[in-house]
Design a protein around this ligand. Structure first.
Ligand SMILES: [Zn+2]
Length: 305
């Protein structure tokens, strides 16, 4: 559809000519050059005004960000590379959440000091951690460690594939996943003195949980290994998007996983929770405390159901 603009000179709507014009602006004392569309009346040659000025403002700002090797979309990507929500990212840097929202939506142009921080932490986790550390006092210990753990969450490919193996044709809730992973690792430790995943487990209200569970599940979803679906009762289940790579496991590990799966499959979260509450390693620890793998000798898949 042809765009029509009103010409005040000719007193009517016209079909404008469009020229690209090099314009320069001063943004934060920096000269920015952009090519702007300028509309001209074909009858009288006067410049016509387009109401849609926002677009060119966006272009000017983005051009300014390029001076720092940034763009509005890069600002968002930098935050996402740390696996943090807008709120936690803001808190880590000592900024307000509103600031982050406005930057990521291109509602305002970041000040130079902010852009320099974005650049410092781009692909540089140790710089991010340094800034986080300087805000440790104001964050408080609990929040500080929460953010610290999220940022440092990394999953090796074998651990990822344990999730894929457990969930293959067997979509589970968060609580059920915890019980499966915990059982696999403790059964493996019991038989072979080593776990299969890289996880440590702690005492949670509903039984043993792996450290940093929400960040890990978020990461698996974000990296497209898992997706979340609702079951008939509107509970959230985790579903794999791809098949496990069995080459990563030896026969003993596959046997362990199959043993656990056949015992736990079809049991609901309540039943699994009650069962895990009878495990000595859970009984003898307090909320949040690590459950040492030495408790594996007391782990028994066939008892306490
Ligand atoms: Zn005109």
């Amino acid at each position: 559809m042809e765009k029509r603009l009103y010409c005040f000179n000719c007193n009517k709507d016209v079909e404008p000519l469009c020229n690209l014009q090099n314009n320069s602006y001063i943004v934060h004392k920096q000269k920015i050059q952009i090519k702007e569309k300028v509309f001209i009346c074909p009858l009288c040659n006067s410049e016509l005004f387009d109401e849609n000025l926002d677009n060119s403002l966006y272009d000017i700002y983005n051009e300014y960000l390029k001076l720092y090797d940034l763009s509005f979309s890069k600002l968002k990507k930098i935050r996402e590379s740390y696996n943090l929500s807008q709120e936690l990212f803001a808190k880590s840097l000592g900024w307000s959440k509103r600031t982050i929202v406005r930057y990521e939506n291109a509602d305002s142009l970041p000040q130079k000091q902010y852009l320099q921080i974005y650049n410092k932490i781009k692909n540089n986790k140790s710089e991010f951690i340094n800034i986080l550390k300087t805000n440790r006092k104001s964050l408080g210990e609990k929040l500080y460690f929460k953010i610290f753990n999220i940022v440092n969450t990394e999953l090796d490919i074998k651990t990822i594939n344990v999730f894929l193996y457990v969930l293959e044709n067997n979509y589970l809730t968060k609580t059920q996943i915890m019980k499966n992973l915990f059982s696999i690792d403790f059964q493996s430790f019991k038989e072979y003195s080593k776990s299969i995943t890289s996880f440590k487990y702690a005492h949670g209200t509903y039984g043993p949980i792996f450290d940093n569970k929400d960040a890990i599940l978020n990461l698996l979803v974000k990296q497209n290994y898992l997706e979340m679906v609702n079951d008939e009762e509107d509970k959230i289940l985790f579903k794999p998007t791809t098949k496990p790579d069995l080459v990563l496991f030896n026969k003993q590990e596959l046997d362990i996983m199959n043993k656990v799966l056949s015992k736990l499959r079809g049991k609901n979260a309540k039943k699994l929770t009650d069962w895990s509450h009878k495990f000595k390693g859970w009984i003898e620890t307090k909320n949040g405390e690590l459950i040492d793998y030495s408790y594996a000798k007391d782990f028994d898949l066939s008892k306490n159901w």
